[in-house]
Design a protein around this ligand. Structure first.
Ligand SMILES: [Zn+2]
Length: 426
């Protein structure tokens, strides 16, 4: 490729490149020395533990004197080191509905504007300590989520690791935007029905970059505008079968008990929203190992956009129903996913959902686990992320206090490392 002197110069330049540029130096060792380490599993942080990072992965975890040989030491005094947060339900291509209603975002904002916003959202998300996010639908922005993911992976823009779904699947006639019936409006997701169409569209989304397949098992298309099931159980099961054939999981949007039941029987891995979940359907989900992302923060935000003065007014019916459904899910022993539907409210404020999960009945420790090791298992990425253990990717954040006793500690993220690269320092 190069003549010999040029090659020597190239290698010299490579050696002088800044350590923060991924891939330019092989396995440079850094040892992080915080006040304590919470590994994503334990009951509490452990003091006196240091973490050695080589390249993009954690090489060792232990007493400083045992792991710091030959490494650059990065002191994080007074801080608790934890795994990076794993957001289970984001929409990087949406921004808060009190700024612009969802319909106007889908119909009036250009793809360029929406993508530009997503770039800003991705950075805000990472700097808030979210090092992985499952992004559940571009909502009319095509395959821009897959492009954003590529740009992050190539180091063009900062952002979390992304699991994307591209356009998501909706049944004919069910999804928005809608208007005068003689006009056909662009939809916030891709319409597909029946055997041939569902097989083709599921495979097409896979081919265009979907890591997960998202399907709307119900939507607000009942006679009175209430949520009602859309797809038949057979249609849902077919999509699960097609996705599984390629090694992918399916996530279902479902708010009704019947939509949740069909999705669970069909074999989806997670169910989103679940406002109308009954004891029976949550028991079924628990038996089948289907996880639940309650998206508490979305309904909480929308209720406030609609005029609810939180803390002053009584809780509106929507909020009360959510509180009751989360209580039923917890009583049934369903795996709880941290996924807030962020985008409805500001990107970077992901911790809102964690605080609400505690408010709705979970312990801080269980919520902190859900946001790290729990979501890693649910999203089937636990071989790489979710805990602080040798061999895992070095996705590490530091906080001023212990999140296992108060998850609001995650609001104080002052250090963010993703894949061994530092994006934020105290
Ligand atoms: Zn959503």
């Amino acid at each position: 490729m190069f003549s010999s002197p040029l090659r020597t110069l190239f290698l010299l330049l490579l050696a002088l490149a800044p350590a923060t540029v991924p891939g330019t130096l092989e396995a440079q060792a850094v040892v992080l020395v915080p006040e304590a380490v919470w590994d994503g599993l334990d009951d509490a942080p452990v003091p006196g533990v240091a973490v050695r990072v080589e390249g993009e992965r954690i090489a060792a975890v232990g007493p400083r004197t045992e792991v710091d040989g030959g490494a650059t030491v990065l002191e994080l005094p007074g801080l608790i080191l934890t795994p990076g947060l794993i957001e289970g339900h984001s929409h990087l291509l949406l921004h808060p509905y009190d700024e612009t209603p969802w319909t106007d975002q889908v119909l009036l904002e250009s793809l360029a504007e929406r993508t530009a916003r997503a770039v800003v959202h991705a950075e805000a998300t990472l700097l808030a300590g979210v090092t992985t996010a499952r992004d559940l639908g571009s909502e009319g922005a095509g395959y821009a989520d897959a492009g954003i993911k590529d740009a992050i992976e190539k180091g063009v823009i900062p952002g979390p690791r992304l699991l994307v779904t591209t356009r998501a699947l909706v049944a004919t006639g069910s999804y928005n935007p809608k208007g005068a019936p003689e006009f056909t409006f662009p939809k916030g997701a891709e319409v597909a029905d029946g055997v041939d169409d569902l097989i083709r569209v599921t495979r097409d989304q896979i081919g265009r970059g979907a890591d997960w397949i998202k399907i709307y098992a119900d939507y607000r298309w009942g006679l009175d505008g209430s949520a009602r099931p859309t797809y038949t159980e057979a249609e849902l099961a077919l999509v699960v079968e097609i996705a599984a054939s390629s090694g992918r999981h399916v996530v279902a949007h479902a708010s009704t008990a019947e939509g949740m039941r069909r999705a669970t029987e069909a074999g989806v891995r997670t169910i989103e929203h679940g406002d109308g979940g009954t004891d029976e359907v949550f028991a079924l989900m628990a038996r089948r190992g289907v996880a639940f992302c309650p998206t508490i923060a979305a309904g909480d935000a929308i209720s406030q956009y609609n005029g609810w003065r939180k803390g002053t007014d009584p809780e509106p019916a929507r909020v009360a129903a959510k509180r009751a459904s989360v209580a039923r899910a917890l009583a049934a022993g369903v795996h709880m996913c941290f996924g807030g539907d962020v985008g409805v409210y500001p990107h970077g404020d992901n911790v809102r959902e964690l605080e609400l999960m505690v408010d709705y009945g979970m312990t801080d420790l269980d919520v902190a686990r859900a946001a790290t090791s729990g979501n890693a298992r649910i999203l089937d990425i636990d071989t790489d992320v979710g805990t602080i253990q040798a061999g895992k990717l070095a996705d590490l954040i530091a906080l001023p206090s212990d999140p296992t006793v108060d998850v609001s500690a995650f609001r104080g993220v002052s250090f963010v490392m993703k894949g061994g690269t530092v994006y934020r320092r105290p």
